[in-house]
Design a protein around this ligand. Sequence first.
Ligand SMILES: Cc1cc2nc3c(=O)[nH]c(=O)nc-3n(C[C@H](O)[C@H](O)[C@H](O)COP(=O)(O)OP(=O)(O)OC[C@H]3O[C@@H](n4cnc5c(N)ncnc54)[C@H](O)[C@@H]3O)c2cc1C
Ligand code: FES
Length: 273
Amino acid sequence: MSGAVDRVQAPFGTREVVVSGTEDAGPYRVFSCLDAAGPEPTSGQFYMLASSERWGGGSEERPYLPRAISVLAAGDRQLSFVLEVVGPGTERLAELEEGDALRLLGPLGNGFTAPPPGVRAILCGGGIGVAPLALLQQELVAQGYEVTALLGFRDREHAAGAEFLEAAQVATDDGSVGHAGLVTELLLAELDRDASAVIYSCGPPQMLEAVRAISVDRGVPAQLALEAPMACGYGACYGCVVKCADGSLRRSCVDGPVVEAGELAADWLAVAS
Ligand SMILES: Cc1cc2nc3c(=O)[nH]c(=O)nc-3n(C[C@H](O)[C@H](O)[C@H](O)COP(=O)(O)OP(=O)(O)OC[C@H]3O[C@@H](n4cnc5c(N)ncnc54)[C@H](O)[C@@H]3O)c2cc1C
Ligand code: FES
């Protein structure tokens, strides 16, 4: 969360793009668009998305703010996103079909930083938190890093999210696929095997807190991609503040969403917005 972070900057204002493809992946919805005017994002960055049609307005539609969604894949001006429908915004975005128009602002926030040369990366994700880790795995493998991917899901259906990464070890809450238990148990086993690593994590807040505590306890650096609720995405509303170890409150949309585990206050989750 340090101030001077190299990042890909978003062009000013929102732009309209066209959905170029959609696909179901188990319970998740994937969609792509051609973003000819935008710079290529890095893993961990996100976009504020809203459909151009039927996004609030009118007497029967709830007025929406755009929703923060991590970039899943990027290249050749194509962006892909993956959604888990949890409310009206993700429901509307999941209805988009090829040819539909989408309003987009981004890429926003900072991204992940690669490990020191030769140091292994351990990716530890949960649920829809697989999205930024999928792009991170591609980037790190292309740079020659050893990458270990550990992913946790609630059940077999949601474990379909493991397909966004290569060769992931899976844990499920109900034991229907892979390790029966928490993905952080896989993380502890990996650190017991070889603790010379950098951990990268994204997922539910409770999982991120468990990873933060492991990172501090074991002295292994970790970069956490926070998914604090966001209203604007560019620093104006202070709706996304998190508490840091030095007592400051920082906006996770511009000072994050990727933060060093050691920079978060021990009670960050209790006071998260
Ligand atoms: C940087 C960032 C990246 C994200 N990337 C993705 C992504 O790639 N794919 C994806 O599907 N979602 C992603 N999200 C989460 C998504 O933006 C929120 O869940 C959003 O609120 C969904 O809008 P909605 O209208 O569907 O549901 P809402 O009506 O906003 O929320 C539905 C339910 O989820 C709860 N909720 C909402 N936001 C959060 C949150 N951030 N953490 C915990 N609970 C929450 C609400 O309290 C409510 O119970 C990301 C969020 C952030 C901040
Ligand atoms: S979402 Fe508005 S300041 Fe971060």
